[in-house]
Design a protein around this ligand. Structure first.
Ligand code: ADP
Length: 362
């Protein structure tokens, strides 16, 4: 593909410099010259300029001042300063501040200047490509987020309807041979609903700003336990809880709910009904600086070698068809936003203990 002719704007108060620049480079590049800053701004406005060269020593403003003037409106052209050795400190300062890409020593050597111009244009093209790609990527990411979020929202409504109809059918035909199929449908729909709910949580955690309010731990825990009343297997579990909150605690409730809900549902999901009694205990201890949450179960436990991978997206430690492996990933993300930490202890066949620390943002 034929390359665009490089477009260069050159500002200098000395006419004969402009003339000799034009004479030297006119054949290779499209050149715009001027002796005034206002005319230079007009040229920048009317043309897509790739490189701007300015003399440093001019009577009304310096080259560096001219660059400072144009950077807000014309950040893309590559800026080069033309200067004698006497101004070297101003040049170094301008390069360090990112105002100038290169300086060109006066009088210039035509061959060297040509290489500098070619290099600067390469940089211009690379920066433009990165800028275009970043813009496209940002747009694609935003669209994907909107798509997943609305798809998850729109999926939940029909799922809830299916569950309602299945419940009705079960109630109306007790003892019928089809009931086991209805139960299978209900189980699968519940699993799908939990997954969709997790995707919504993921986006809420990612997108929603932190909202700090006083946290009433007993209310939050009660709500979490209520949410799990009809959770599969919950009726066979001895769930105990305790809350100790002597003072005020400020944090972000939405993210705390995400954490509590996931830890409690896992403790129930991964219980071991071979054991005489399945237990889940949730303890919340709220102190002046942080709250400790402990969710402990005597369920199936986790093999030691899998513990370090539990918080990876879609990682599942067992072959059971219970989960999708996204819950603990979201828990970790939410805890990061809360400024807290999480720790796991578990032994296979004996049970697991998840401990979370959340700082008080009072
Ligand atoms: P999901 O439960 O949807 O599969 P999670 O990210 O919540 O996903 O958990 C990842 C994996 O960690 C689970 O698949 C399970 O194997 C294991 N796990 C999580 N919590 C427990 C627990 N309380 N007891 C035993 N295993 C657990």
């Amino acid at each position: 593909m034929a390359r665009d002719k490089i477009r260069i704007l050159y500002l200098d108060d000395e006419e004969n410099n402009l003339t000799s620049f034009k004479a030297g480079f006119r054949r290779d590049y499209k050149i715009f010259t001027t002796t005034t800053a206002s005319e230079a701004v007009k040229i920048l406005t009317d043309n897509e300029i790739h490189l701007v060269i300015s003399d440093q020593k001019m009577p009304s403003l310096s080259g560096v001042e001219f660059f400072e003037l144009i950077i807000p409106d014309f950040p893309d052209p590559i800026r080069m300063l033309l200067t004698g050795y006497a101004d070297i400190e101003a040049v170094i300062d301008a390069i360090n501040k990112g105002q100038v890409f290169r300086y060109i020593a006066k009088p210039w050597n035509e061959q060297e200047l040509k290489i500098t111009i070619e290099n600067a244009y390469e940089v211009y093209l690379n920066r433009k490509e990165i800028k275009d790609k970043t813009e496209k990527l940002g747009k694609a990411y935003e669209e994907l987020e909107k798509f997943v979020y609305s798809a998850s929202h729109d999926l939940r409504a029909p799922l809830v309807s299916i569950l309602g109809v299945v419940k009705l059918a079960r109630a109306e035909s007790p003892g019928s041979s089809g009931i086991q199929y209805l139960e299978m449908i209900e189980k699968s729909v519940n699993k799908l609903d939990a997954f969709v709910q997790n995707i919504i949580n993921y986006y809420q955690n990612l997108k929603k700003d932190e909202i700090l309010t006083p946290v009433k731990w007993d209310v939050l825990l009660h709500e979490t336990i209520e949410n799990h009343k009809y959770f599969e297997g919950a009726d066979k579990i001895n769930l105990t809880s305790s809350v100790n909150q002597p003072g005020e605690f400020i944090s972000d409730e939405l993210r705390i709910k995400i954490v509590l809900n996931n830890l409690v549902s896992n403790a129930i999901k991964y219980s071991d009904f071979q054991k005489g009694e399945s237990t889940v205990s949730v303890k919340i201890n709220c102190g002046p600086h942080k709250t400790l949450i402990e969710v402990q179960d005597n369920g199936i436990g986790i093999p030691e070698e899998n513990i370090s991978r539990l918080f990876e997206m879609f990682y599942r430690s067992s072959d059971s068809d219970q989960g999708s492996g996204i819950g603990l990933y979201i828990v970790k993300e939410a805890i990061e936003k809360l400024g807290g930490s999480i720790d796991v202890e578990s032994s296979l066949g004996e049970g697991s203990k998840f401990q979370v620390e959340i700082p008080n943002k009072a």
